[in-house]
Design a protein around this ligand. Structure first.
Ligand code: HEM
Ligand SMILES: *[C@@H]1O[C@H](CO)[C@@H](O)[C@H](O)[C@H]1NC(C)=O
Ligand SMILES: *[C@@H]1O[C@H](CO)[C@@H](O)[C@H](O)[C@H]1NC(C)=O
Length: 320
């Protein structure tokens, strides 16, 4: 009897420890079902309205989740403004003058907190849901977003500059950048398909259209009319030929040597990723299925969970 009781205690302790560990280390799609049952529909309606008002906003919001997750995990760090204690990631060169959509995130945060009656939904989770809803609003695939990420109390411009890939990278550098974040070559090719929506500034593609030889000459000429050798850094060009639609045109553009960014054309330049690019260029179903899987992997990068971090009241500031 005594030994049975002893083993029972051990067993219960073990089961309890396992549940606690899993409960706090894993994200769950049902995380807010009790604390804020209207969270997801509230986020969706604000995203839909924002995309309706300005198509490109969907692209800008998807990009924010990527830039959040690549810097110390998906923890809302990208949203923090500069302050005496915060070295804002918004000032990193990959974000400065190009990351946008922050007012829409503020609007969503206010709407969600009003719907819940208190701040229970993290800014990091808002970005993950918003990325999915933006893709859906532009005609892309849907997926189940796991929730329960908590918000960072720090940010790092230096970490953002070191971790967010630059458009000047080579294929092998892109592969390394993704591998460091637990993403493989296939994830790189499929997530780069995020460039099926949105725009880039002249400063980010000037080198490709003037100095690279793996570009369709007519396409280069057309882009040179938008983006001069000197000046015009802020001028915009679409990342693919159907920039308002989430489709496979990005990949068929790469096959035709009509990539806007140097890094995009690297994915189809005689290397190991050519075959996959070609496959996606005529297989929407394959692209959508793989995009769904890779977005879930992206969203699971190193989240803060349990008692780590906090639930911010204002996505731009840490709680005091
Ligand atoms: C593979 C490495 C990547 C590089 C080097 C890269 C680089 C860039 C650059 C330079 C821009 C233009 C920014 C500007 O001038 O405003 C851009 C835009 C964008 N990126 Fe990426 N990106 C990468 C991967 C991704 C991924 C994985 C996603 C999402 C899944 C993504 C989503 C976007 C979107 C949607 C835009 C358009 C944003 C807008 O219109 O506001 N990118 N990217
Ligand atoms: C951001 O870009 C603006 C305009 O190009 C520039 O004036 C500013 O110095 C940049 N900020 C940082 C932190 O590099
Ligand atoms: C193009 O290449 C030339 C010669 O290497 C270089 O001086 C120039 O800065 C490059 N231009 C861009 C936009 O990268």
């Amino acid at each position: 009897m005594a030994s049975r009781g002893f083993f029972s205690v051990i067993l219960h302790a073990f089961v309890f420890a396992t549940v606690v560990t899993l409960g706090f280390s894993q994200l769950s799609p049902n995380y807010y079902d009790y604390s804020c049952p209207n969270a997801l529909r509230t986020i969706k309606s604000v995203v839909e309205a924002a995309v309706q008002k300005e198509n490109r906003m969907g692209a800008s919001l998807l990009r924010l989740h990527f830039h959040d997750c690549f810097v110390n995990g998906c923890d809302g760090s990208i949203l923090l403004d500069s302050s005496p204690i915060i070295d804002s990631e918004k000032n990193a060169r990959q974000n400065n003058q190009s990351a946008r959509g922050f007012e829409v995130v503020d609007e969503i945060k206010q709407a969600v907190d009003a719907a819940c009656g208190k701040p229970v939904v993290s800014c990091a989770d808002i970005l993950a849901v918003v990325a999915r809803d933006s893709v859906v609003a532009l005609g892309g695939p849907t997926w189940e977003v796991k929730l329960g990420r908590r918000d960072s109390t720090t940010a790092s411009r230096a970490a953002a500059e070191a971790n967010i890939p630059l458009p000047t990278l080579s294929l092998s550098e892109l592969i390394t950048s993704f591998r460091i974040h637990g993403l493989d070559e296939k994830d790189l090719v499929v997530l780069s398909g995020g460039h099926t929506i949105g725009f880039a500034h002249c400063a980010t593609f000037r080198g490709h259209i003037y100095n690279d030889s793996n570009i369709d000459p007519n396409f280069a000429q057309y882009l040179q009319s938008i983006c001069p050798q000197n000046g015009g850094d802020e001028n915009l060009a679409p990342l693919d030929s159907t920039t308002a639609n989430f489709d496979v045109a990005y990949y068929s553009n790469l096959v035709q040597k009509k990539a806007l960014l140097h890094s995009d054309q690297e994915l189809f330049n005689g290397g190991s990723t050519d075959a996959l690019v070609k496959q996606y260029s005529y297989n929407t179903q394959a692209f959508f299925a793989d995009f769904r899987n890779s977005m879930i992997k992206l969203g699971n990068i190193q989240p803060l969970t349990g008692h780590q971090g906090e639930i911010r009241v204002n996505c731009r500031k840490v709680n005091c």
